[in-house]
Write a protein that binds this ligand. Structure first.
Ligand SMILES: *[C@@H]1O[C@H](CO)[C@@H](O)[C@H](O)[C@H]1NC(C)=O
Ligand SMILES: *[C@@H]1O[C@H](CO)[C@@H](O)[C@H](O)[C@H]1NC(C)=O
Ligand SMILES: *[C@@H]1O[C@H](CO)[C@@H](O)[C@H](O)[C@H]1NC(C)=O
Ligand SMILES: *[C@@H]1O[C@H](CO)[C@@H](O)[C@H](O)[C@H]1NC(C)=O
Length: 477
């Protein structure tokens, strides 16, 4: 596994091959040339990232011990539903040897400014409650309308996230819209990207009404809204692996097929239009998959019949994210190089935010009607960030830092992590549970009640992700 060839090396080599003729033939305006040479200079040496990071990969929980299962009936309820992990999480037994817990502090995001670390803290009670309700907001998916679906308790709405060293301001829709005036924000990835965007739209709608200007795909997988008041655009792109592939489906294959070295062009072809990208992924990597890289099979997870090497999903997940972030850098550089007619749009920068893994909260066996019936948050000491949740988060943050290192000197692409893993972990009460369907107990208690312990009620704790998102773009302004 460790000696596998590094695909990114080849990828960046071919990038250089494509870029060099362009520069050599001096197709660029003189004014742009210094920038481009700077790009090349820094992109080139930094594009061979793997040798230093591959030892990390060996520390990850190993394939043989993994027994990931998925909730077939749950994923059948909607093709865009991320299949939840089994419980307990597959790698929890390896946590003691994993570097994630003790080294956690070193993954904080800090750039030596006195910037707050929003990722650690606790939930404290807050009488104010949410900015909106699921009836007043038109963009909430039916399965996340917890109160209208009959959820009887409302205590879960009266908490706010208190970071250890600072305060997280309450979401201010006017400030947010001002900061994204004339901007295009793309949410891409799995159904948690949709969940987060719907939360954001609900909060923004309290001050300005968006128009749905585009919709495509079953389950509204691709949508676009426009706020005429600020000329702000929000797009949603379904792409649960980020890279190219074929999703498992009930009437097709029971496993995913992923091409780890090619991004999904369905979103990638639009990169040039975006000012901010918010990426959300992870849950779809937990189900059976065959992984391809460099045109051949790298291995598979829980797909027995082809005798492929069984590998765990951590390395594929890392590769998919790395391909995604490198492609964003690459496409932006190509656009810059193509800007010889002085089109200022080619100089447009982009801020890339990777929202870290959002843990699921199934209690009990996934195949024995796992539920999430808690009605309040965990206290910090009650629930440790460990096992699979911690590993996925760690990989995501490492890849963001690496991408930032590689692009930082370009000056117009920034990467940051929206680190929600811990605050989400502490909120077992924030999911629809049985109220993913309207009034599940109207006719008494059925034998089997489908629960959603992955997505978040709207309003609910996911609103906090957007409060942090706002603080990030304030800082970036
Ligand atoms: C939801 O919000 C609307 C508008 O603010 C309000 O009129 C309505 O009473 C609220 N509904 C509930 C159930 O709180
Ligand atoms: C509206 O925003 C888009 C970017 O999302 C920009 O290209 C366009 O020029 C803006 N329109 C106006 C009238 O400023
Ligand atoms: C997989 O391996 C088994 C045992 O070696 C063999 O019988 C079977 O034919 C192989 N299947 C494929 C698809 O190669
Ligand atoms: C980023 O660059 C710094 C300084 O060059 C280095 O110390 C650090 O290890 C790099 N991080 C990653 C994740 O590549």
């Amino acid at each position: 596994m460790g000696s596998a060839p590094n695909p990114f090396k080849d990828q960046s080599l071919s990038l250089i091959k494509r870029i060099l003729p362009l520069t050599l033939y001096a197709l660029l305006p003189i004014a742009l040339l210094p920038t481009v040479l700077l790009c090349l200079h820094f992109y080139y040496p930094l594009s061979f990232p793997s040798s230093s990071s591959s030892p990390q990969t060996h520390l990850l929980p190993h394939s043989n011990s993994i027994t990931v299962t998925y909730h077939s009936s749950l994923s059948s309820s909607s093709s865009s539903f991320p299949p939840p992990p089994s419980s307990p999480s597959p790698s929890s037994s390896t946590t003691k040897n994993s570097p994630s817990t003790e080294k956690e502090n070193s993954y904080y995001y800090d750039d030596n400014e006195n910037k707050c670390d929003y990722s650690n803290g606790e939930w404290v009670s807050d009488k104010r409650g949410p900015l909106y309700n699921a009836t007043s907001c038109g963009t909430v998916k039916d399965s996340e309308k917890c109160t209208p679906n009959g959820r009887p308790d409302s205590g879960y709405l009266y908490w706010r996230w208190k970071p250890s060293q600072c305060n997280l301001p309450r979401f201010d829709p006017n400030t947010f819209l001002q900061l994204v005036t004339n901007k295009h924000i793309a949410f891409l990835g799995d159904s948690l990207a949709r969940n987060q965007l719907e939360s954001l739209l609900c909060m923004l709608s309290t001050t300005s009404t968006p128009n749905l200007v585009y919709t495509n795909g079953e389950d509204n997988k691709f949508r676009r809204w426009h706020f005429p008041s600020h000329n702000s655009t929000f797009s949603l792109y379904w792409s649960p692996f980020l890279v190219q592939g074929v999703e498992r489906s009930n009437n097709g294959q029971y496993y995913n097929t992923m091409y780890l070295d090619h991004v999904n062009e369905r979103w990638a072809r639009d990169i040039g239009n975006w000012d901010i990208i918010v990426i959300s992924f992870g849950h779809w990597f937990l189900i059976p998959s065959i992984y391809y890289e460099g045109g051949r099979v790298l291995g598979s997870l829980n797909v027995a019949e082809f005798n492929h090497t069984q590998i765990d999903f951590y390395d594929p997940l890392r590769k998919a994210l790395r391909t995604t972030l490198n492609t964003i850098i690459e496409r932006k550089i190509m656009k810059l190089l193509g800007g010889r007619n002085g089109n200022s749009n080619n100089m447009k920068g982009v801020d890339v935010i990777v929202k870290t893994f959002s843990p699921a909260h199934f209690e009990g066996d996934w195949d024995k009607a796992g539920t999430c019936s808690k009605t309040g948050p965990y206290r910090e000491e009650e629930k440790k960030l460990e096992g699979m949740d911690a590993e996925i988060r760690r990989i995501e943050i490492e890849e963001v830092k690496k991408a930032n290192n590689e692009s930082g000197l370009l000056g117009f692409i920034r990467f940051d992590a929206l680190d929600v893993t811990k605050l989400a972990l502490l909120r077992p009460d924030g999911h629809p549970g049985p109220y993913m369907n309207p009034f599940p107990f109207a006719k008494g208690v059925p034998e089997h009640v489908q629960n959603d312990c992955v997505h978040w009620c709207l309003p609910g704790p996911i609103d906090t992700w957007n409060e942090i998102f706002l603080e990030m773009i304030k800082k970036w302004k």
